[in-house]
Design a protein around this ligand. Structure first.
Ligand code: MG
Length: 301
């Protein structure tokens, strides 16, 4: 199922895209099944995880006459305000690790021995079609990164390698917007990754049941129609089994947590000469079977 958050008739709400690509509000379905109706999709994930997805899916077709057209809503990020920082993985594709070595002048090629984690504290996340508006002067070397985002289904710690798939609620396309100047001058990545509006997520969450595990999905990025990044999530250095189990050792993952799994080669800073984002740029990210995330860029004084 595709879980979607949106504004309809001036009010934020959430629902499921049915087979006609129309939205059925989850409140309608949950009420008919006598379940409590959480206020938003994050609260839904925290309350139910994946436990009632099959039941919802089995009755979805009953609500066709109450569905809303996508043209009547403004899309939001499926999770708008994460419950805590978004977890990120650095250098998780070999070709990106190599290009990073070049643009950071690190010298000898370094592939990570263990997963590299950092986090983004981004306040509100942007949805499909929302404008990535970044305020100068912090955005002098602004860059894009297409990534498969994983949303955690339930709390877990010390998760066994064999159990990781059960902890995934679903997947989305994401854009880990990065201010390269802040990233390289501050000795750490946190500030350059956490500017307001620097994470777009969408267009919806595709539930884990729909995607063969571990995911082997084509992933690509275009800027102004030009193909910049192209890979497959089968090329992860550390796959989802490793990442979820490793990250959870001695550290509790919470339902609704978001993990960005790294970006392949082709980011703007690694181009010759570097191509940073500018106002009016159109970014189109696509992941096979997950969806297409489109945002334009606006840089303001
Ligand atoms: Mg990234």
């Amino acid at each position: 199922m595709k879980f979607i958050s949106y504004i309809y008739q001036g009010k934020p709400d959430y629902g499921i895209l049915n087979q006609n690509s129309q939205i059925v509000p989850l409140a309608t379905i949950l009420s008919s099944l006598n379940y409590d109706v959480p206020p938003d999709l994050l609260a839904f994930i925290i309350e139910y995880g994946r436990t009632i997805n099959l039941e919802i899916n089995s009755v979805l077709y009953h609500f066709a006459d109450q569905a809303i057209s996508l043209t009547e809503v403004k899309l939001l990020s499926p999770i708008r305000y994460p419950r805590r920082n978004v977890f990120c993985v650095g250098k998780n594709y070999q070709d990106h690790a190599l290009e990073v070595t070049e643009f950071t002048n690190e010298g000898s090629i370094q592939l990570p021995t263990y997963p590299i984690y950092f986090s983004k504290a981004c306040d509100v996340l942007l949805g499909d079609q929302e404008i990535i508006e970044i305020r100068q002067p912090s955005a002098r070397k602004l860059d894009y990164e297409v990534e498969l985002a994983v949303i955690i289904a339930k709390d877990g710690k010390d998760i066994d390698l064999n159990a990781t798939e059960q902890y995934i609620f679903g997947y989305a396309v994401s854009n880990d917007i990065s201010a390269r100047d802040l990233q390289t001058t501050r000795g750490q990545w946190f500030k350059g990754k956490s500017l307001d509006n620097s994470l777009a997520l969408g267009p919806y969450l595709v539930s884990a049941e729909e995607i063969a595990f571990p995911p082997q999905l084509n992933i690509s990025a275009k800027v102004n129609g030009e193909l910049r990044q192209k890979s497959n999530t089968a090329n992860f250095i550390f796959d989802l089994v490793t990442l979820i189990s490793d990250l959870s050792q001695g550290m509790t993952l919470r339902a609704g947590d978001i993990i960005l799994t790294g970006t392949p080669a082709g980011v703007g800073v690694a181009m010759k000469p570097p191509q940073y984002l500018k106002s009016g740029d159109l970014i189109e990210f696509e992941i096979e079977n997950i969806g297409k995330l489109t945002n334009s860029v606006k840089i303001v004084d």
